[in-house]
Ligand binder design. Structure first.
Ligand code: SF4
Ligand code: SF4
Length: 416
């Protein structure tokens, strides 16, 4: 559908969306998608029972997100390549998500704001003076007085410290902001560090990846807005709802890993047949990310599906620890329940049956899910480590009385 935004003219987000041409049904559907990403809502396929008792249904998210007053967001871009903002701008598959992103107007962002020079500096000063959500792309070079990245005559460290002062939440988005990324790899000539090395008196949410998936970035922003608090984080400060899932546990090539069927060069028969990429350097067994489930480019594909090994871009220090990228590195961990790739491969080559291999993969996933449950972590249905979660059936979603639910032909119904 088409819509027409005239900026934030109404008090709340939902009112602005309705003014732009969306109806409550569109908004509820969008919130259902968000609920699935948060893994706290929706219905389990094949089951009449709603999701867990601790879940938050789409209607509650709609109520909270709809009532959001115009939030103030400062989005800094420090020592980086603009890839994370590119990923953000290309996130989402629904028109309404585009509209929400545009409505959550960012008061300051060097890449996309029309203002420049003094006007841009003033916009930043004005926003910094009020409580705001701070999003940071890029690392902070601290060597030589910070001369390697300056904005408006200030070092990146100064800019960050000033913006962090009144921030009610801080998101470090992308490997550069999380730990420094390629510019921080040895010998780190500019002394690049991540946000949480500078800001130590406030929690920093690390949205890891090079770049992170756009939907994960926007979901984290939406989580903070709808929950009024930061999501649960893992030991590296990453939101658990998006990073408690090993690539290897949801990988579509996993059956071939379990069957000992490995690509040995990028032009061999194994490559043509979609076999496992471990022997050409895949770091999926030691990488936590939602790539196999959310995928990229609006769910079109992801690196391993396209035939490229995972480089481990969501893991700290991956440029130093995971290179050479196209080699198997014996010291890179990640195998627990499965022993080693070599042992598995030798054990099952010749007797590989896809059904057995698939079962082994499923077992590993179930074990990972039980471990998470035992540890009290949030379920991750949306990211594939449990039963698949589908959006709520629109027929079951309450809509305004004057807008009766129309017949639907969406995929969730077909699947049921
Ligand atoms: S090693 Fe990589 S390609 Fe192979 S199953 Fe694991 S994640 Fe997939
Ligand atoms: S597949 Fe691996 S390297 Fe590629 S984007 Fe996902 S986590 Fe990063």
């Amino acid at each position: 559908m088409s819509y027409e935004l005239s900026g934030w003219t109404e008090p709340t987000l939902e009112e602005n969306l309705i003014k732009a041409g969306f109806d409550r049904r569109d908004f509820l559907k969008y919130c259902g998608e968000l609920a699935a990403v948060f893994a706290v809502g929706g219905a389990v396929i094949g089951s009449a029972t709603p999701a867990t008792a601790a879940s938050v249904p789409a209607e509650v998210i709609a109520e909270k997100l709809g009532a959001v007053k115009k939030p103030l967001v400062v989005w800094l871009q420090l020592q980086e390549c603009t890839g994370c903002m590119e990923s953000t701008l290309r996130s989402g598959g629904t028109t309404i998500e585009d509209a929400v992103l545009r409505l959550l107007s960012v008061e300051y962002n060097e890449l996309v704001m029309p203002a420049a020079g003094d006007a841009a500096n003033k916009a930043l000063d004005d926003a910094n003076a009020q409580p705001h959500l701070l999003v940071v792309n890029g690392s902070i070079p601290v060597k030589d007085g910070g001369i390697y990245c300056t904005i408006g005559g200030k070092s990146a460290e100064q800019v960050l410290r000033e913006s962090a002062k009144n921030a009610t939440g801080i998101l470090a988005v992308g490997a550069c902001a999380v730990w420094g990324s390629v510019q921080a790899s040895k010998p780190n000539p500019t002394g690049a560090v991540g946000v949480d090395a500078i800001i130590t008196d406030k929690a920093v949410v690390n949205v890891a990846g090079c770049p992170p998936i756009g939907e994960v970035i926007t979901a984290t922003v939406a989580y903070v807005l709808t929950h009024g608090s930061l999501p649960k984080l893992d030991a590296q400060g990453r939101p658990l709802f998006a990073y408690d899932q090993r690539i290897h546990d949801s990988c579509q090539r996993r059956a071939h890993f379990d069957a000992g069927q490995f690509v040995r060069s990028f032009d061999d028969d194994g490559a043509r047949n979609g076999w496992c990429l471990y022997e050409v350097g895949c770091k999926g067994p030691s990488t936590f990310a939602a790539c196999p489930i959310i995928k990229w480019n609006k769910g079109t594909s992801w690196p391993i599906q396209a035939g490229h090994p995972c480089l481990g871009c969501t893991e700290k220090n991956f440029f130093d620890n995971y290179t050479p990228f196209y080699q198997t590195l014996p010291n890179v961990g990640g195998f627990g329940v499965e022993s080693t790739a070599e042992a598995i491969g030798l054990g099952v080559v010749g007797i590989a049956a896809a059904g057995v291999a698939l079962h082994a993969g499923a077992t590993a996933v179930k074990q990972a899910a039980s471990r998470r449950a035992a540890e009290g972590n949030e379920p991750l249905q949306a990211f594939g480590d449990s039963e698949r979660v589908w959006l709520p059936n629109p027929k079951k979603v309450e809509v305004a009385p004057e807008a009766p639910a129309a017949e639907t032909t969406d995929d969730s119904e077909k699947a049921e």
